[in-house]
Design a protein around this ligand. Structure first.
Ligand code: URA
Length: 205
C-alpha cells in the first residue's frame, strides 16, 4: 500500500481545484494542441462579424470563414455593400469541434462550456477593436455576445445591447443557408440575410 492509497486518495491527481476542473470545459481540440483560429481584420474596424467556430477548412487554413460558409458570406457582404477587408471577422469559439467519421471530420455544435471557455478571448478582441457594431451570425455567436440564449429567427435584423452597451445586430449563420434543402427557401433566406447585413450600414460610417 502506497502512502496515497493509505490516505484514501489513490488515483486522484494532486492538482489545484481549478486545474482539476479544466478537462470538462476545454474542448478536445484545445487539449489536442491544434492551433486556434483567431480573428482577422483591421484592429480599428467599425464592424465586427462574429461566427460560431472554425470549420474543417478554417482549421486547416488557420483563418476564419474561408470555407463554404465563408464564400457564401463573402458573396452576401458584397451584395450588402460591405467590404469584408474593412471588417474584423472572428468566431465565438476558436477551435473546430468535430467527430471523426472515417476520413471526414463532422462539425459538432459548440456547447455552453465551449462558449464560456472562449468568451474571454472574444471579449478581449471586442475591447481591442472596439467596433461601432457587432454582427452576431447564428445562435452561438449571439449566446457568446449576450451571455444568454436568444431566438435568432425571431430577433434577426434587430439590434440588441451587448457587452458594455455595444450594439449587436443579430442574423442567421451562413451555414444555415447552406443546409436549407429547398432552393426557393434558400433564395428567400439568402435575400433576408443580405438585408440583415445591409442594416449594419446604418450603424457604421
Ligand atoms: N463557420 C463559422 O462560424 N466560422 C468560420 O470561420 C467558418 C464557418
Amino acid at each position: 500500500e502506497t502512502p496515497a492509497e493509505a490516505r484514501g486518495d489513490a488515483g486522484r491527481a494532486r492538482r489545484p481545484a481549478d486545474h482539476a476542473a479544466l478537462p470538462e470545459v476545454i474542448p478536445a481540440a484545445w487539449a489536442e494542441g491544434r492551433a486556434p483560429v483567431l480573428g482577422e481584420g483591421p484592429l480599428d474596424a467599425a464592424l465586427m462579424l462574429v461566427g460560431e467556430q472554425p470549420g474543417d477548412e478554417e482549421d486547416r487554413g488557420g483563418r476564419p470563414f474561408i470555407g463554404p460558409a465563408g464564400r457564401l458570406l463573402d458573396r452576401a457582404l458584397v451584395e450588402a455593400g460591405i467590404d469584408r477587408a474593412a471588417c474584423y471577422v472572428t468566431n465565438a469559439v476558436k477551435h473546430f469541434k468535430y467527430v471523426q467519421r472515417g476520413p471526414r471530420r463532422l462539425h459538432q455544435t459548440p456547447d455552453a462550456g465551449d462558449i464560456a471557455h472562449y468568451r474571454p478571448f472574444l471579449m478581449r478582441e471586442i475591447v481591442h477593436v472596439a467596433p461601432g457594431l457587432l454582427v452576431a451570425m447564428g445562435a452561438t455567436a449571439a449566446q457568446a455576445l449576450l451571455g444568454r440564449k436568444v431566438g435568432i429567427m425571431k430577433l434577426r435584423g434587430q439590434v440588441l445591447s451587448g457587452p458594455g452597451g455595444m450594439p449587436i445586430l443579430l442574423t442567421v449563420h451562413p451555414s444555415f443557408l447552406l443546409r436549407l434543402p429547398d432552393p426557393e427557401a434558400k433564395r428567400a433566406e439568402y435575400a433576408h440575410f443580405v438585408q440583415d447585413l445591409g442594416a449594419a450600414l446604418r450603424w457604421v460610417p
